[in-house]
Structure formats: structure tokens, C-alpha cells
Design a protein. Structure first.
Length: 356
């Protein structure tokens, strides 16, 4: 495979590109140049990412051959969103050249003990010539939103032929299967409800629900609970049951999963389909899907608006318009999408069944 080389843009120029892309007043000419610079900057991370993914796969599968490792380059919308992120009303401060997760590798280990052993033996103690510049142990110190994982940031370093890529950053994430099921479920809900629970910007009901479930999973794995959630199992499980019933999580997420299966079947037979309108009646257990071509985009939006107005205020009714390309992106980001979502719902049902 031929690896893309840098086109010689300085970090100052890379940061300029990032600023242009989040500035609504930027000219079309500047935006086009900024996208070219960003595309090259992102592409040159592919080789270092390949090196880290290769090692991650080797050490994880040596421990357990069912370990699942993947790699990904951050998508343009996600990069721009991160560049735009502001904290406590301040202006955004993230620079494109400083972004640590342009390239990322992730491994999902079957158990929490295996995940921690991989982290400690293969990365903390293991010999790696690349420089570790940052690490976050969100397993033992979980985020307040419920996120649990381990993040390691390395700066690529080579003394041989591939030193063109020296200095580029790659993120490694290590998770247990339970932690991965939780994170995948968040992605699914964000995708279909157009929220940003992942960035702590979603609806409070959903945010609270996932914080509680994360603590339940942490309790199963005997790791620290999420701050502010009940420490008593009975109380914790009861609160999860109450919120699940209010949000109808099992029925709604189950409907979304079935819808994605249909989306994929339809696009295989009709590759010209670009949009799907999903109408889910939770009470009746009915799922209605309509497919649209690119030329029918205006009709799709009109039908979506009418469906929303027709079912406004119905808590048991869900209406979503999604693009075929974004469905494919979701599947690529989560190769075991169907298994993971179904396993999450099984774990959730087990929690609910424990409540008398």
C-alpha cells in the first residue's frame, strides 16, 4: 500500500485551516483550500495509525483471540465540531495541529480484568519506542457522564524510512465489552435522536439514564461508580427501571436496530436510495419505512415535516429522517452494531428484571 505523504503544510498553516473551517464568514476560496489542507493533514496520520493498530491487534489477540481491535480517522464533521467546542462561554481554543485523536485505535477486551492487564502489561510496562504524551484512566476515574475507558496518546517516532511521519499523534482506547456496549448505545441514541449525549449536550432524561446504567455496569465489573449515582444496587436498578419505562428505551432502540437492518437490505437492492423516513409506533409495535432517491430529497424533507406535525406530542411515536451514507458510517464505526445493540438491550432487560 502506498502511504500518503505530507504536502509540506506547516502547523501554523494547519491551524489556519482549522480556523477557516469554523468561521462562518470565510470565503468559499479559503474554505476550499482549508479542506484540502485538512484532508492532507488527516491522511498522513493513516500510516502511524496503521503501525499502532498492528501492535494493538497483536498484543490483544495474544491475550484473548476474541479481542476486537479497530482503527479510524476522525470524520470531518467531528473534527469541526471539536474545533468549535467552547467551555463555560469562552471562545474555542482547540487548534487543529494539537488535536490528539485525528487518528485512533480501539480494542474491546471481553472482561475488565483483561482490559486492565493489557493496559498495564503491554503499554505501561511494555517497551514502546514512541513517546507517550498523555493518558487518562477513565476506568478507575470515570467521567461524570458515565464514560469509562482508558485513553493513551502517543507521538509517533521512527529512526528508519518512515520518519516523515514523526511527531504525529495517535490515540489508543482500551475498553471492556460492557464499557463498549454502553458507548455504542450512546452513539445509537445520538444518531437517531440528533442529540449529543456523548458531549454531555443531550436531553437530561437520556443523560441521567446512561449515567445510571454506567454505574450498574461498573458495579458488575467492581470498579468505581459514577459520582452522584446510588451506591445501593436495589436503588440504582429501581431508578434505571423508572427511566427506561419513561423513555421506552428497549422498544425504541429495538425498533431502530430493526430499521437499520432494513436500510441495509434496501440499499443493496436499490443503490440509488439515499434517504429513509422512519416512523416507529412504540405502543402498537409498528415500524413504517419509506425510501427516497437523491432527486426526491425535497419530498423526503416535506414528508418528514408532515409526519412530525402529525405526531407532535405523542411520546410513543418516533419519527426520524436519515441518510443512507450516515447509516453506512455508523455501521463502519461499529462493525458489530447489531450484536452490540442487542447485547446492550439484553443487559438492560436483566437489570430491570432484578427489580421487584
Amino acid at each position: 500500500m502506498e502511504w500518503i505523504k505530507s504536502e509540506g503544510y506547516s502547523k501554523k498553516k494547519v491551524d489556519w485551516a482549522g480556523n477557516i473551517l469554523i468561521n462562518k464568514a470565510s470565503s468559499e476560496e479559503d474554505r476550499n483550500e482549508a479542506i484540502r489542507i485538512l484532508d492532507n493533514w488527516r491522511a498522513i496520520h493513516r500510516y502511524p495509525m496503521h503501525i499502532f493498530k498492528k501492535r494493538l491487534k497483536e498484543v490483544s489477540e495474544k491475550m484473548d483471540n476474541s479481542a476486537l481491535s479497530v482503527q479510524r480517522l476522525k470524520r470531518l464533521p467531528s473534527i469541526i465540531k471539536k474545533l468549535q467546542r467552547a467551555y463555560q462561554g469562552d471562545k474555542p481554543t482547540m487548534k487543529l495541529s494539537q488535536m490528539q485523536d485525528i487518528a485512533g485505535c480501539r480494542v474491546v477486551m471481553p472482561t475488565i480484568n483483561q482490559a486492565r492487564e493489557l493496559y498495564e502489561e503491554s503499554y505501561l510496562k511494555g517497551h514502546i519506542k514512541h513517546n507517550r504524551v498523555n493518558e487518562k484512566d477513565y476506568m478507575m476515574f470515570p467521567k461524570s457522564d458515565g464514560y469509562r475507558s482508558i485513553h493513551l496518546i502517543y507521538r509517533y517516532k521512527s529512526d528508519k524510512g518512515k520518519n516523515d511521519y514523526n511527531g504525529l499523534l495517535v490515540e489508543i482506547q482500551i475498553r471492556s465489552k460492557l464499557q463498549h456496549l454502553w458507548a455504542t448505545a450512546i452513539e445509537i441514541v445520538d444518531f437517531f435522536t440528533r442529540q449529543a449525549i456523548k458531549s454531555n449536550e443531550g436531553q437530561k432524561e437520556w443523560i441521567d439514564f446512561f449515567r445510571l446504567v454506567s454505574s450498574a455496569f461498573a458495579m458488575m465489573e467492581k470498579t468505581p461508580l459514577i459520582p452522584g449515582t446510588p451506591k445501593n444496587k436495589k436503588e440504582l436498578y429501581s431508578q434505571i427501571k423508572i427511566r427506561e419505562k419513561k423513555l421506552q428505551v428497549i422498544e425504541v432502540m429495538g425498533g431502530w436496530t430493526q430499521a437499520v437492518k432494513v436500510f441495509q437490505e434496501v440499499t443493496k437492492k436499490k443503490p440509488n436510495v439515499k434517504f429513509f423516513l422512519l416512523e416507529l409506533d412504540v405502543e402498537e409495535g409498528r415500524l413504517n419505512l419509506r425510501a427516497y432517491t437523491k432527486e426526491q430529497e425535497e419530498m423526503a424533507i416535506k414528508d418528514y415535516d408532515q409526519a412530525e406535525k402529525r405526531n407532535q406530542g405523542k411520546k410513543s411515536y418516533d419519527v426520524v429522517l436519515v441518510g443512507a451514507d450516515t447509516i453506512e458510517d455508523l455501521r463502519n464505526a461499529y462493525p458489530n452494531y447489531f450484536v452490540d445493540s442487542e447485547e446492550f438491550l439484553e443487559k438492560l432487560q436483566q437489570i430491570i428484571n432484578r427489580v421487584k
